[in-house]
Design a protein around this ligand. Structure first.
Ligand SMILES: [Zn+2]
Length: 70
């Protein structure tokens, strides 16, 4: 006699970077959760950037970066 039981045990993390100005999202990674460095590097690879603003940082997508230069 054999008994089987199946369940989903895998958790998949989807990490997205969000532009603070236009709220445009870009998927950085799907799978394991990213480290802090992974977040930064992933965002930079998607041409997002971090601008100093007030006491923190503002995340900007490539389009909004162009706007803020002018
Ligand atoms: Zn933007």
């Amino acid at each position: 006699m054999m008994a089987f039981h199946k369940e989903v045990v895998e958790t998949i993390y989807k990490t997205v970077v969000i532009c603070d100005k236009c709220s445009k999202e870009k998927v950085l990674h799907i799978g394991y959760p990213l480290t802090w460095e992974g977040h930064m590097n992933g965002a930079l690879r998607q041409d997002y950037t971090f601008m100093e603003k007030g006491n923190g940082f503002e995340t900007l997508c490539p389009d909004c970066q162009k706007e803020s230069v002018e």
